[in-house]
Write a protein that binds this ligand. Sequence first.
Ligand SMILES: O=C(O)CCC(=O)C(=O)O
Ligand SMILES: [Fe+2]
Length: 245
Amino acid sequence: MKSRHAGLAAQTQSVDQDKLDWLRMAADLDCYGAAIIPGLLQADACDSLAALYGDDRHFRSRVVMARHSFGSGEYKYFAYPLPARIQELRTAFYPPLAEIANRWNQAMDIAVHYPATHEQYIKHCHAAGQRRPTPLLLQYGAGDYNCLHQDLYGEHVFPLQMAILLSQPGKDFTGGEFVLTEQRPRMQSRAEVVPLEQGDAVVFAVHHRPMQGTRGTYRVMMRHGVSRIRSGHRHTLGIIFHDAT
Ligand SMILES: O=C(O)CCC(=O)C(=O)O
Ligand SMILES: [Fe+2]
């Protein structure tokens, strides 16, 4: 067990290893469907990523959430080539998350196996017509919110994704909590609020995860969203590992 998780950490060399506790993260993902990575990005890195929002050369499209009843606020999908830091995060986090995803698929009896590297995985997406990049920057103002949803963009779904809070709660904005819900079969939904500081990442299940019950393993449906921003502005970087049709 120990060596397997040491192996996980060794694969994310371009991110600060001291910040990563894969044993805890894997356990949190198994128990709650989400895990926090405290202080993944420094404040200046957060600020410069958030500042990209105004420069349309980095993006392939802009979505005004209210137009699609997704909530209120807006986001932009990055274009290829992704900014270096984002490409690096996507590549570095994929291998350890693929190990967890493969373990989950085994537990849920799903016959899909994720390859070891993101480069290999994205080739599968592209071959299946999912060629458009999905990393995104989100921007919310006072009164905005993000409805509970799942980021599915085609047949190929990598079951874990990551969001990094780029703004500072209490200073840049108030409200705007990251929220997850889980729907267990024939049971009422449970909500989980994920407390994030600026630069923290949350890794979470995209659409479902296995849960050990008394009569075996079952699938829990997961959704995520953001509660209403009470004041100020909030930016998030979203890293989704599959591409879109
Ligand atoms: O703004 C947030 O915290 C949520 C972003 C989101 O929905 C995503 O990254 O997929
Ligand atoms: Fe999302």
